[in-house]
Write a protein that binds this ligand. Structure first.
Ligand SMILES: *Cc1c(COP(=O)(O)O)cnc(C)c1O
Length: 373
């Protein structure tokens, strides 16, 4: 019998059925749409979890980044400095706002935005409107340095914490350092609502404005009256119910992700071709996806062999400045992001994995890499 496929990361509902209870409540009260108790509850409970003042529940992390840029007054022709090593959803909303992205490199200490490259970018573009930093795979960026540079240049910081819900930087949750932070509840994220996102900020007025824009920008009037362009970006009450249930098990999911990472580090420690994603003593990562770098081995070879063993794996994100759609924009930095892309592999980090499945992954890697040399 063929082994069942081991996945990178997939939805993991609570054993207790919390999500179903909230969704059932919405059905029982016919509060299927639009807003309602689950949306309010999910916003409040997530804001409490990460200790931030205000939150707006939206249809996706991407729409949350879009609304963050709009709230930061990013408009036509404005420069936005953006981490290059990330998923395209970080950068696409810059284009939605007709703004101009300038991509910057990562450093090896964090895999995230290199503060020195950020400084160079802002020296070149001192009028930049916003900076978008990402906490990739749950690793925290160097927030103190980045925040200091942003305030020196008077530029708004937006944190793309789509992958880092539950990661702390010096004891405080990522997503709560910038003027705006965003989270994603897409199917592969540490908790999921099937699809969804959240924008958080201490600025109550701006969050209220985002709620207004994301429900079609209806002015206060009996008829439909609009003085601004609106969006249909609000999360539904059903989806928010799933989110409320998932929040109850977020701590368990973080523990499991951390255990998966520890397991890989222990089991693969003796392989000289492998090094692990960085760990810094000023941060506790949620280790959304455990990732490795390979030395002297083609990642494609390892990924092909894992696939033959019915194990999913994936390269590190391909940097934005190397993407056909973005290559015409300026890029500041060296080749760290490119090197991470060319040598990295994300390993299965599914929180439903059993020890037996984890051993299947590490035994396959050991077999492949010991044959290799
Ligand atoms: C998933 C993700 C997003 C987008 O979130 P969606 O909810 O899928 O729109 C943005 N940035 C990063 C880094 C992501 O991983």
């Amino acid at each position: 019998m063929k082994n069942e496929r081991i996945l990178l990361a997939s939805p993991h509902m609570s054993d207790q059925g919390y999500e179903k209870e909230y969704v059932k409540e919405a059905f029982d009260t016919n509060w299927i749409a639009p807003l309602g108790a689950n949306v309010d509850g999910f916003e409040k409970e997530l804001a409490e979890f990460v200790s931030v003042g205000h939150a707006a529940a939206l249809v996706s992390g991407t729409s949350a980044i879009h609304m963050a840029l709009k709230a930061a007054d990013v408009g036509s022709g404005d420069i936005v400095i953006c981490q290059s090593l990330t998923f395209s959803a970080t950068a696409n909303p810059i284009i939605y706002q007709n703004a101009i992205p300038v991509f910057v490199d990562s450093n090896l200490e964090t895999w995230n935005m290199d503060p020195m490259a950020l400084r160079k970018a802002l020296e070149k573009y001192p009028n930049a409107k916003a900076v978008v930093v990402v906490h990739l795979y749950g690793l925290a960026a160097q927030l103190d340095e980045i925040m200091e540079i942003c305030s020196e240049f008077g530029v708004t910081l937006i944190e793309d914490a789509a992958e880092s819900l539950g990661t702390t930087y010096k004891g405080k949750y990522t997503g709560t350092f910038g003027k705006y932070g965003i989270f994603s509840f897409n199917g592969n994220k540490i908790i999921t609502t099937s699809g969804g996102g959240m924008l958080v900020s201490e600025d109550e007025e701006r969050i209220a404005k985002v709620r207004f824009w994301s429900t079609q920008a209806r002015d206060k009037a009996r008829h439909y009256q609009h003085s601004e362009v609106g969006y249909n970006y609000r999360m539904s009450n059903i989806v928010a119910g799933i989110g409320r249930g998932q929040l109850k098990v977020l701590t368990n999911r973080i523990t499991k992700k951390r255990n998966i990472h520890e397991f890989y580090k222990r089991e693969l420690a003796e392989l000289p071709q492998i090094s692990f994603m960085p760990e810094n003593d000023w941060s506790e990562s949620n280790f959304w996806l455990s990732s490795i770098l390979l030395d002297g081995v083609d990642p494609n070879y390892l990924m092909d062999e894992l696939d033959k063993a019915n194990i999913e794996s994936r390269p590190i994100w391909k940097p934005m400045h190397l993407q056909p759609v973005f290559e015409k924009y300026d890029y500041i930095g060296g080749n760290v992001a490119q090197t991470l892309f060319e040598t990295g592999v994300c390993l299965p980090s599914d929180t439903k994995m059993t020890d037996k499945e984890l051993y299947r992954v590490t035994n396959t890697i050991k077999r492949v890499l010991s044959n290799e040399k």
